[in-house]
Ligand binder design. Structure first.
Ligand code: PRX
Length: 651
């Protein structure tokens, strides 16, 4: 860790990094932008919506007459895909590169806006030929290949609602999402490349579809050439169906509130929530923030969001933000260490990437590997570095700036959620003097606060809960199929005008916001949201397990690691490592590899209050090797001695 020792020396007197003069001089967002947003928030968003091409202007910017159900740009009409593709071609930018795609094995594809328009039109015609209509749901279960973007845009183009599921989710998880969304079509691939080897996807779809009905068509992209089982009449190769379609497709406008996509995310219950995003407001805010937070200069920048397209970060900042802005992006299929630990920097050098957007967990992994991995490559093109998904510790922030950003790039830590759709709290690189570890200020046009239990704003220096006090254009509109759950989850704690984010936060003396992690039973592992309850219910569905409690324990690389405590059923045998392996395997099967516990402890009892509630706080103390907090409310405090004795001394 020698290259981290001098990191704190990097911090200038005053503790902040002023915006680079050159950047500030030509910045997209200036102090005047904040002023305009503060003077008239709705006029500001109406202005931002002019970034898009509307087929019919809106009558009203915001209808908030029935909170918390918002309508933005009421009466307006647009086609999201035409805004992302066609209008750039029509403006003479058809030859501009939309994506430099890099496959993990080293194959590449360069896709211009004109080519993207053709591909999206063909895919839209293919979906229409399968009988897909506006409002129908289409499940997408693909690796990081261009067809993922093309499929999403093809849906948007015909008004179908896409529901992308991360390729790392299990058949069971895929099935439950297909069922909840009521998808009629699934788009998948034979497989994708991961860590140097082909990894199959189609078998998961086949298995999922044995558990859920309603899917008439499966469209399969050929990527890895793996053998696949085939269901005649249901399965079709993408190249057979899509490649023969016409490149002509006239995009129809849809209402600003037409559903664009559903994305499932974990909450405090075992059942994932289908977050619903709509069209006009969503596209307005992702377009504005992609341009503002990253100071995007569409003519010269090369943008790389290194997330998976299946997460909201990928939806908003691989697909909709960059394309609505006519930007050139890099899209990479694989992992950072394949085939070597300098792969990212090789890609940055090759394409002259100027803006990189990544998760702190990756930055910490790079820190662990050491700065020497970057040395063979020229990364001096990088000028803005984004962070997303979890709190970034100051050391990682400083390391990122120094070693990836050459000591001059601006780091922007962006706080937001699947539910918020786009950046909500983030520095603006030409205005904000940045502070390592803080996401700092609400984006222009956004109103955030840190409040106490009663909902009163906390004093500077105090901690509390993060809330959003005004509706915003890219906000979720509901939870698919459950307006009630939408209200209960987000808008009941402080009344129906205040959005409860579920994150703890600190307000510092300067009014800057520091995110402190979730305050509910949601864990954050490598920037992925995983519910403790979801993992618990996966564990208790195993025949050997009677009861389970899961906590997120601090992990130096992944942010949090999943630690599970299980009580076995009478008669079940604790076979030690074999059982633990089996339980881990079971969780992978039920949810997917991302939910696999780092540790599983078989215990005789769990700490419970007299009212029967499991005291996770104490389990977290054990999992993090801390001295136990207050045990006075336990029915039997000796339980903790037994559990503590089971833990390995260092995790
Ligand atoms: O706890 C916050 C954390 O990630 C949660 C949202 O997760 P998800 O919906 O999967 O979206 C991730 C990508 C937007 C938040 O409730 N989080 C996200 N960004 C940050 C963060 N925590 C601290 N700092 C961030 N920049």
């Amino acid at each position: 860790m020698s290259d981290t020792q001098s990191l704190t020396d990097e911090i200038p007197a005053g503790g902040v990094f002023e915006p680079p003069a050159e950047l500030a001089q030509h910045a997209n967002v200036t102090a005047e932008t904040y002023q305009r947003a503060a003077d008239d928030r709705l006029a500001f968003w109406a202005d931002a919506a002019q970034r898009l091409e509307w087929s019919k202007p809106w009558d009203e910017v915001l209808d908030w007459s029935n909170p918390p159900f918002a309508k933005w740009f009421v009466g307006g009409e647009l086609n999201v895909a035409a805004n992302c593709v066609d209008r750039h071609v029509a403006a003479g930018n058809g030859e501009k590169v939309a994506y430099h795609w890099v496959g993990e094995p080293g194959d590449t594809r360069t896709i211009t806006y004109a080519q993207l328009k053709d591909e999206v039109s063909k895919a839209a015609n293919a979906l229409l030929s399968l009988g897909v209509q506006a409002g129908d749901r289409v499940a997408i279960y693909l690796p990081m290949i261009p067809e993922a973007v093309i499929s999403m845009l093809a849906c948007a183009r015909i008004g179908a609602v896409h529901m992308v599921v991360f390729g790392g989710f299990s058949p069971d998880a895929l099935a439950s999402r297909i069922e909840d969304a009521g998808a009629r079509v699934v788009i998948t691939a034979d497989g994708g490349y991961r860590r140097g080897a082909p990894s199959a996807l189609k078998p998961a779809v086949d298995e999922a579809l044995t558990k859920v009905g309603g899917v008439d068509h499966v469209l399969v992209v050929k990527r890895t050439e793996q053998d696949v089982d085939w269901t005649e009449g249901r399965d079709q190769w993408w190249h057979d169906l899509v490649d023969v379609q016409s490149t002509e497709h006239e995009a129809q406008p849809f209402d600003a509130e037409h559903p664009l996509y559903i994305m499932y995310t974990s909450g405090t219950t075992a059942k994932p929530k289908g977050i619903l995003h709509t069209s006009g407001g969503y596209l307005t805010q992702v377009s504005f923030t992609h341009w503002g937070t990253f100071d995007l200069k569409a003519d010269t920048d090369v943008f790389w969001c290194a997330a998976d397209v299946a997460w909201v970060t990928g939806h908003s900042y691989i697909v909709y933000g960059p394309l609505s802005n006519g930007a050139t992006s890099v899209m990479y299929e694989g992992t950072p260490e394949t085939p070597h630990r300098g792969r990212w920097w090789e890609i940055v050098q090759q394409y002259g990437v100027t803006i990189l957007y990544a998760a702190p967990t990756v930055v910490r992994t790079f820190m662990k590997w050491g700065a020497q991995e970057l040395e063979p490559f020229d990364t001096s093109s990088l000028r803005v570095l984004g962070s997303v998904g979890e709190p970034i510790n100051p050391e990682a922030w400083l390391w990122y700036r120094k070693n990836v950003g050459g000591g001059t790039a601006t780091v922007v830590d962006t706080w937001w959620q699947t539910e918020t759709g786009a950046h909500m709290i983030a520095p603006m690189p030409g205005v904000t003097a940045t502070k390592p570890g803080s996401a700092q200020r609400a984006v222009p046009g956004i109103s955030a606060a840190v409040v106490d239990e009663e909902g009163k704003p906390v004093e500077p220096g105090a901690t509390g809960y993060l809330v959003l006090t005004e509706p915003w254009p890219s906000m979720l509109r509901t939870i698919w199929g459950s307006d009630e759950r939408y209200v209960d989850t987000y808008w009941s704690r402080y009344g129906n005008q205040t959005y409860f984010a579920g994150d703890g936060a600190k307000l510092d003396e300067d009014g800057d916001i520091w995110l402190l992690g979730r305050v509910d039973d949601v864990m954050n592992v490598s920037g992925h949201r995983i519910s403790t309850t979801e993992v618990e219910s996966a564990l208790v569905s195993h025949p050997a397990v009677a009861e389970a409690a899961v906590v997120g324990a601090t992990d130096p690389t992944t942010g949090q690691g999943i630690v599970a405590f299980v009580i076995l059923r009478g008669g079940a045998e604790d076979s030690g490592d074999d059982l633990v392996t089996e339980l881990r395997q079971h969780v992978r099967k039920e949810i997917g590899p991302i939910a696999s516990p780092r540790q599983i402890m078989v215990v005789a009892e769990l700490p419970k209050t007299r009212s029967g509630k499991i005291m996770r706080r104490l389990l977290r103390d054990v999992a993090e090797n801390r001295e136990l907090g207050d045990v006075s409310t336990l029915t039997d405090s000796s339980v903790m001695d037994l559990i503590g004795a089971k833990m390995p001394s260092a995790s």
